[in-house]
Design a protein around this ligand. Structure first.
Ligand code: GTP
Length: 424
């Protein structure tokens, strides 16, 4: 179920005016921009950018896109994702599969968590994941509740759908009601987990039953319209990555701007669906606002696996390269890109382009080879609606370049460095 967060409409947040994209459809094209003399250089359009509508910047920039004020009172400013729920519901498995690329079958050997496990994630944004032992009573006076909840980005409550779930629901509701007074703005994300073992009918019934019980109990206690979202998840398919993507998107203040940019790109280049992926975690931080289906996500996610595998064999470390003004450039050499065809419902194309690269200073406590890869990047992956985008690749490349330039304004490197220096 989709979140109930209030969203600003995409058109309210257009950073790059439509006119800066070049249309591949001749009826929409601005031919003056396409003449060789006009030289479709990115720089020319970038010169226009200062006139573009730039999002309003508050003196204290918001860190969380929760649609409400953040809970932050002090601390390190990294939003926290708290993984809570009953024993053996699958919390550690989720964290290991999503953030450490542990093969799902190996989660069978994970030991029970005995104390709160805190991990820092350094990605396109920094956040922390806290994995709580199932048996813990967070509201025991021995615990400093403020310390746990004050920097929270989202509370992820994991319910084992294959098990008896009434007690889990009761504990979830007690937690929401306890937090309601001190932290009314907390995003509660309920993962109805392990749905892989259930038949389609039973899965749907269980999901609806859980939603109904949670909402009924909360309204019985006078808490209407609680900010709770529900997802069906499993570590054995893509659903857990999809759910995490949606949870994390709520923490990105720039999301409406990113969606507006992706919408413009899709309409100008005949793209069916565009995702902005964090390549290493396979979490997408934004997509255009056309309806999302899990099939498109799966195709893009499998594509990432192929790209990572191929780059493991043929890739080489690309050093930092200075930009024109001597400042460190966002990427090493030219941006990596790839275009493949796939046989699905006729001829469809997938387009991938590296968008911005960041260095990963993370030291993985588990020493995963994967987690410690130094180069990480956001990539744009598009499912092309057109039958032969290869012929129009120059225009697509150009428009993606415009998108990339706009993204640098949305996530300016200097600002990122300053934040990193602050939190180091
Ligand atoms: N079928 C299925 N099993 C899962 C899934 N996720 C986790 N499991 C299994 O559930 C069991 C418990 O997983 P854990 O991750 O240890 O559970 P936990 O919530 O961290 O447990 P505690 O540490 O005791 O709080 C393991 O055997 C996992 O393999 C899933 O999506 N589907």
């Amino acid at each position: 179920m989709e979140s109930t967060q209030p969203r600003l409409s995409a058109s309210q947040h257009s950073l790059v005016p439509e006119s800066q994209f070049v249309y591949e459809d001749s009826s929409q094209a601005d031919h003056s921009r396409l003449k060789p003399g006009a030289q479709l250089t990115l720089m020319r359009y970038l010169q226009d950018l200062p006139d573009a509508e730039v999002p309003h910047t508050d003196p204290v920039p918001p860190r969380f896109h929760t649609g409400r004020l953040p809970n932050s009172k002090a601390g390190d400013g990294k939003p926290r994702l708290l993984l809570m729920g009953q024993r053996r519901s699958g919390k550690s498995s989720i964290s290991s599969v999503v953030f450490h690329k542990l093969p799902p079958s190996e989660t069978l050997y994970l030991e029970t968590t005995t104390r709160i496990k805190k991990e820092s994630m350094h990605s396109f944004m920094d956040f922390q994941v806290w994995d709580f032992p199932g048996h813990l009573d967070y509201f025991d006076p021995a615990f400093d509740v403020d310390n746990i909840f004050e920097e929270i980005g989202a509370l992820i409550w994991v319910i084992d759908a294959q098990d008896e779930y009434l007690e889990a629901i009761m504990r979830l509701n007690t937690t929401i009601l306890n937090l309601q007074h001190s932290y009314p703005n907390i995003n509660v994300e309920v993962f109805v987990h392990k749905v892989d073992g259930l038949s389609e009918d039973y899965k749907g019934d269980t999901f609806r039953d859980i939603i109904q019980r949670v909402q009924d109990e909360l309204s019985d206690h006078g808490y209407e319209n609680a900010p709770v979202s529900f997802y069906q998840t499993s570590i054995y398919d893509h659903s857990i990555f999809e759910a995490f993507s949606k949870v994390i998107q709520k923490l990105i203040p720039q999301l409406p701007t990113l969606e507006a940019l992706l919408n413009s790109l899709c309409s100008t280049c005949h793209i069916e669906k565009a995702y902005l992926f964090d390549i290493m975690s396979k979490i997408y931080i934004a997509t255009d606002t056309s309806p999302t289906d899990i099939g498109s996500y799966e195709i893009c996610s499998d594509y990432i696996d192929v790209v990572i595998d191929v780059s493991e064999i043929y890739g080489w470390p690309r050093g930092e390269q200075n930009g024109d003004d001597g400042s460190p450039a966002e990427t090493g050499n030219n941006d990596a890109e790839s275009l493949i065809t796939m046989e699905r419902k006729g001829n469809n194309y997938l387009y991938l382009r590296e968008i911005n690269k960041y260095v990963n200073p993370r030291e993985c406590p588990r020493e995963c080879k994967w987690c410690q890869r130094p180069d990480r990047y956001l990539a744009l992956i598009c499912l092309m609606g057109d039958d032969s985008p290869a012929e129009k690749k120059a225009v697509i490349d150009y428009n993606v370049g415009v998108f990339q330039a706009a993204l640098k304004q949305v996530f300016p490197r200097a600002e990122r460095d300053a934040v990193e220096a602050q939190t180091a």
